[in-house]
Every structure is written in structure tokens, then in C-alpha cells.
Design a protein around this ligand. Structure first.
Ligand code: PBG
Length: 322
């Protein structure tokens, strides 16, 4: 036999030489859930090992993660029902606990890359990412709200804004407002191809942010569509996005590859809550090895062309590599 591919697999040293892809802590963004209060750390029932932290304990968690080499964090707030309104007005209140925590994180750890979420759902009494009128999600009216929210987050010192709402034209609108207000260095990581997915279930548990009626199919993408992601990618690039994101990751590796082949912008992928919970649930039953599954999942996302991975596995991965 002239060709024996197994020769390149014969030892770990040889396998390492021919290894095409690898994951590093430098590639990871760790999503964190914030709650109001002091000295609170509450596990998310559907996400074993993932907690909702009050600001004080989140600062400790970030410090711990930094020691493991994680330098990028995406903070999501969980608001009580009493603070939710139809217009998500709490989102731009400078004294709201989310903005206070973002300011404090940047003050204590100026070297971290801090990312925030731009969408109405955590603050909306309707649980939707956009403004609701007569059961419809309004696009252009939502942009105004997203703009105010973005400016408030930029003022708090956020490095990367993450518009996750899927309204048309939001990247351009936010970019313009940021530039007009002097925030020319604030980046935008657009949720470019965000699909209407079942895999967000545990996240909506964590934030208590499930839509109060209907679903998100008039703004999030149809899982059946791939080419449509190119329309979103072109618009985001034209509108000034610094990064393109695909979400979820695992059922959409083809979309990650498609965008990576299509655009020179760095591609990020969000390894979402349901993808984390599936592994943890199976591992709890002894059905698979959580650590090996994690490594394989992160590697597959990287191999598909994502440079950046947002993942709830970030800390576990960093601990393992330490
Ligand atoms: C909301 C938002 C969602 C996620 C990130 N931002 C949920 C949704 O669109 O309903 C999901 C993240 C995850 O599942 O880990 N704008």
C-alpha cells in the first residue's frame, strides 16, 4: 500500500505535528449572568455549574477567571418583573444595576474585554427583543430604544456591544450614534445570523426572559435558511460591524463556514445555553464524558471557521488547560 493515512496518527507527537486546529483561552468569551443585590450566587437550574452573580461576587468570579487566562466576558442582566416595562426604559437608566456593574468591572479590571448585550428582552414586559404594538414587533421604533441602550452601555465603558435583537438596520443606527457621541473606539459584535432556536431555553430560564406571547420568528432567522445569512452578513459589514456572529453554534457549523468563506471580518460563534445543558444533562446520567464532549465541541466550532467562541464552558476549559 503506497498511501497509509494511519502513519500520521501513529503517536501523540506525530498527531500533534499534523493537528490543524486548536482552541486557546484567547479565543473564548465567557457569558456571565448578573442579578441585583449583594453576596448572591444562585445556580441556574437548567445549567449545572453556571451561576447568576450579584455585582460583588461577579467581580470575584472575573478575577478568578482572569487568573486562568480568560480576558473577555459578556454580561447579561436578569431583571425582576417589577422593573420591566413596554419600552425597556430601565435599560438606559444610568443608575440601573446592570450599567453600574459594567462601570465597576471596567474600573477594577480595565484590561478585560467587556462585552454587553443590546436587546430589549431582559427589560421588556413583553419578553420580546423589540417594541410590541398590537401583537407586532416594530422595527424602526425599536432602533431608537436600542440606540439609547447602546449609548448608556458605551458610557459605562463597554468594549464590545452585542446587538442580539435582529432588528433591521440596528448596526448602522448604533454605529452612527456611537460615532456622533465620540465613542469611535466602541466595537460592535453583531449577532449576524441569529436563528429562532430551541437551544436558547435554559438562557431564558436564567434571565426569566421568555416571550410572553408568540415566538421570535418574525425577527430571528429560519433554521432552514443558509443563503439568507449572507444578506445579513453583507448588511452588517456595510453598516460597520467589527465582528460577525453566528448563533447557535452546533446546528449551524455550515453557517459559520459560509460566513467565514464570505467575509474577511472575524467570525464569532455562540455556543448557546441549550448546547451546554445537553452535555451536562447527558454527563449527569453517565451517558457521556463532559470534558471530552466539551473539547470536541469547542474544537468543532473552531474548525468550522469561528475565531471567537462565546461559551459557558469557558471557565471549565481554562481550568483544564491550566
Ligand atoms: C436575547 C438573547 C438570547 C440569547 C442571547 N441574547 C435569547 C433569545 O434570543 O431569546 C441566548 C443565549 C443562550 O441561549 O445562551 N436577546
Amino acid at each position: 500500500m503506497l498511501r497509509r493515512p494511519r502513519r500520521n496518527r501513529k503517536s501523540e507527537a506525530v498527531r500533534n505535528l499534523v493537528e490543524e486546529n486548536s482552541v486557546s483561552v484567547n479565543d473564548l468569551i465567557f457569558p456571565l449572568f448578573l442579578i441585583d443585590g449583594v453576596n448572591k450566587k444562585v445556580e441556574v437550574g437548567s445549567m449545572p455549574g453556571i451561576y447568576r452573580f450579584s455585582q460583588d461576587l461577579m467581580l470575584k468570579e472575573i478575577e478568578e477567571c482572569m487568573k486562568l487566562g480568560i480576558m473577555a466576558f459578556d454580561v447579561f442582566p436578569a431583571y425582576p418583573e417589577s422593573l420591566k416595562t413596554a419600552t425597556a426604559s430601565e435599560s438606559w437608566n444610568p443608575e440601573t444595576f446592570y450599567l453600574k456593574a459594567l462601570r465597576e468591572i471596567k474600573k477594577q479590571f480595565p484590561e478585560v474585554c467587556l462585552m454587553s448585550d443590546v436587546a430589549m428582552d431582559p427589560y421588556s414586559s413583553d419578553g420580546h427583543d423589540g417594541l410590541v404594538k398590537n401583537g407586532k414587533i416594530l422595527n424602526d421604533e425599536t432602533l431608537e430604544i436600542l440606540g439609547r441602550m447602546s449609548l448608556a452601555q458605551a458610557e459605562a465603558g463597554v468594549d464590545i456591544l452585542g446587538p442580539s435583537d435582529m432588528m433591521d438596520g440596528r448596526v448602522g443606527h448604533i454605529r452612527r450614534l456611537l460615532d456622533e457621541s465620540g465613542f469611535t473606539d466602541t466595537s460592535i459584535m453583531s449577532y449576524t445570523a441569529k436563528y429562532a432556536s430551541a437551544f436558547y431555553g435554559p438562557f431564558r430560564d436564567a434571565l426569566d426572559s421568555a416571550p410572553k406571547f408568540g415566538d421570535k420568528k418574525t425577527y430571528q432567522m429560519n433554521p432552514a435558511n443558509a443563503r439568507e445569512a449572507l444578506i445579513e452578513a453583507d448588511l452588517d459589514a456595510e453598516e460597520g460591524a467589527d465582528f460577525l456572529m453566528v448563533k447557535p453554534a452546533l446546528s449551524y457549523l455550515d453557517i459559520i463556514k459560509l460566513l467565514g468563506d464570505h467575509s474577511p471580518l472575524p467570525i464569532a460563534a455562540y455556543n448557546v445555553s441549550g448546547e451546554y445543558s445537553m452535555v451536562k444533562a447527558a454527563a449527569a446520567n453517565g451517558w457521556l464524558n463532559s470534558e471530552r464532549a466539551m473539547l470536541e465541541i469547542l474544537l468543532s466550532i473552531k474548525r468550522s471557521g469561528a475565531k471567537i467562541i462565546l461559551s459557558y464552558f469557558a471557565k471549565e476549559f481554562a481550568l483544564l488547560k491550566k
